[in-house]
Design a protein. Structure first.
Length: 154
């Protein structure tokens, strides 16, 4: 039987970032509306929830902006394992490393697709990539433990 667990997370750092972004919403609405017209604002799903129609005109709904601020700094994680919420959040937040590694591997090195003709060479390629990622994660963890930004002596 598969588990379906939800973790409600709240962080002060994310709350500050979300509050800053929420402050930019009215400004963005005004700029987009004045530069591209009201149709551009209404058609934008991100902005549409902050608008109300009043007497044939479109206006910013301050109540909608305030309702949205209730969620500043909060997010929900859906997991299928019984791990503590803080560990689920930490794991989720470190996902960017994996994504960055794959992006860099494809773009920075400018490698073309590699076609393996045998299963053992395909597996070797995957294992080598995984070991490189594991090494980076371990080094980053050690740097964070030592409050250091350089490799120096870990």
């Amino acid at each position: 039987m598969a588990l379906d667990l939800y973790h409600l997370m709240a962080t002060a750092i994310q709350q500050a970032e979300d509050a800053f972004s929420a402050g930019e919403v009215p400004v963005g609405l005004e700029q987009t509306s004045s530069q591209k017209g009201t149709k551009a604002v209404i058609g934008n799903k991100g902005y549409a929830r902050f608008l109300k129609n009043a007497k044939g005109s479109v206006q910013i709904d301050p109540e909608a902006v305030e309702r949205d601020r209730r969620f500043d700094g909060k997010f929900v994680l859906n997991t299928s394992t019984k791990i503590p919420s803080d560990e689920a959040a930490k794991t989720y937040k470190s996902l960017w490393r994996v994504e960055r590694t794959f992006r860099e591997e494809k773009s920075t090195l400018e490698i073309r697709p590699i076609f393996h003709h045998r299963d053992d060479t395909s597996i070797g390629h995957i294992v080598a990539g995984f070991l490189a990622l594991r090494l980076e994660v371990d080094l980053q963890r050690r740097l964070e433990e030592n409050n250091s930004r350089s490799l120096g002596r870990i």
